[in-house]
Ligand binder design. Structure first.
Ligand SMILES: Nc1ncnc2c1ncn2[C@@H]1O[C@H](COP(=O)(O)OP(=O)(O)OP(=O)(O)O)[C@@H](O)[C@H]1O
Length: 370
């Protein structure tokens, strides 16, 4: 494979994707110019028809954009004068539907992919991937006998065994029912924490994005509406897509104290401490918590006589109208994070909320998402 280094450009790190594509048969146009991290999970998030799959297909070389540039860690896959064919791009692609060969066993599907990749497999990688996806016991099963969730785990293992430099996942959970989704999500979390390969993960599920993503690209009408760290994007409230029942924030933290008596753990999140139920996480562990806007209420004084465990001193950043005309989303500044409370306008008026006002946020529930 050619190395295709771009001379004179600082592109040794990160992914650079620039595409302009106009489908001849539709009004849709993709116009993106993105620089993304070359590690962790980047979620491509957006409503149906916003261009998420088209972007992934351009990166894979499955869609030939009128103008296309793609450089990964200094290696050009596409430019004005160069186009690396899809089968030569070192990527794994996991689709919504697992698409295994029906006449082969799970193992047969994996062996076929390894052989086709032509890259020698390090001795321990096979076992590591099988273990990571938890598919040891189903390897001998014919792929037609596998459940939807098992098929998808085999398909992910297959994508990993070709040793990709980039893993593209297009709504890998979309064809599964909720129970199967919940079954696979822990495998994806394990994958993310074990694997060094960057993952571009297309989804329109807030839950999946909040659980898995480090970085988020929000797509609207073929363009990038916003992008950034997952905590940043969800606290901005710049897009109508972020206004729904799942509106809330994500905080990164660390377990700093265990309370054996009450089965609680204290999570320190950039200067704000939160008590959560002890989920068996060990001291020092990095965790991610999600606080829904509907679980935050505001008081002018600190209510220590309340059943609510978590109270933080906050100041009002801004007040944004919700989709429901009776409701407002109040963005709040904590020590170093942003918090969002969903209140009625009547409460906003009653508390005389204005930007800069200091008050107490009571957090009814904090969910551990990782
Ligand atoms: N081959 C094609 N020819 C014409 N139009 C297309 C083609 N492929 C996609 N489109 C259109 O491009 C737009 C973006 O489609 P795309 O599949 O990228 O969206 P998406 O955000 O991935 O949506 P979803 O979440 O529903 O999968 C849509 O309006 C779609 O109808």
């Amino acid at each position: 494979m050619p190395t295709n280094k771009i001379v004179g450009e600082n592109t040794e790190q990160g992914l650079h994707a620039k595409f302009h594509l106009q489908h001849p048969t539709s009004r849709f146009a993709l116009n993106v110019d993105l620089t993304l991290p070359d590690n962790g999970v980047t979620a491509i998030f957006g409503q149906s028809g916003s261009g998420k799959t088209t972007l992934l297909r351009c990166i894979a070389g499955l869609e030939k954009a009128q103008q296309g540039h793609f450089v990964m860690k200094g290696e050009t896959w596409q430019s004005d004068s160069f186009f690396l064919a899809t089968h030569k791009r070192p990527l794994g692609y996991v689709f919504q539907e697992p698409s295994l060969f029906p006449h082969l066993t799970a193992k047969g599907n994996l062996d076929y992919a390894i052989k086709r990749s032509g890259i020698p497999l390090p001795a321990d990688l096979y076992d590591q991937v099988i273990d990571l996806m938890g598919i040891e016991s189903i390897l001998k099963n014919n792929s037609q006998q596998l459940s939807g969730g098992e098929k998808q785990r085999v398909a992910i293992a297959r994508a990993l065994l070709i040793q990709p430099k980039l893993l593209l996942m297009d709504e890998p959970l979309a064809s599964l029912d909720n129970a199967r989704k919940q079954e696979i999500l822990p495998y994806l979390e394990k994958l993310k924490s074990t694997l060094k390969t960057p993952i571009l993960y297309v989804s329109h599920s807030v839950e999946e994005v909040m659980r898995l993503a480090d970085h988020v690209v929000l797509m609207e009408d073929g363009e990038v509406a916003t992008q950034g760290q997952v905590e940043e994007v969800f606290s901005q409230l710049t897009s109508p897509l972020l206004f729904n029942n799942g509106t809330g924030v994500i905080w990164q933290g660390q377990i700093v104290q265990q309370d054996e008596k009450w089965h609680l753990s204290k999570v320190s999140c950039a200067g704000s401490d939160l008590w959560i139920r002890n989920n068996g996480d060990s001291l020092g562990q990095q965790v991610r918590v999600r606080i829904l806007a509907t679980d935050v209420s505001l008081t002018l004084t600190c209510h220590e006589d309340s059943s609510i465990l978590n109270r933080l001193l906050v100041s009002v950043l801004d007040i944004i109208p919700d989709k429901d005309p009776a409701m407002a989303l109040v963005r709040l500044q904590t020590e170093q994070n942003t918090l969002i409370a969903r209140l009625t306008y009547r409460s906003v008026d009653h508390l005389a909320l204005v930007a800069g006002k200091t008050l107490w946020a009571q957090i009814k529930s904090v969910a551990l998402v990782r």
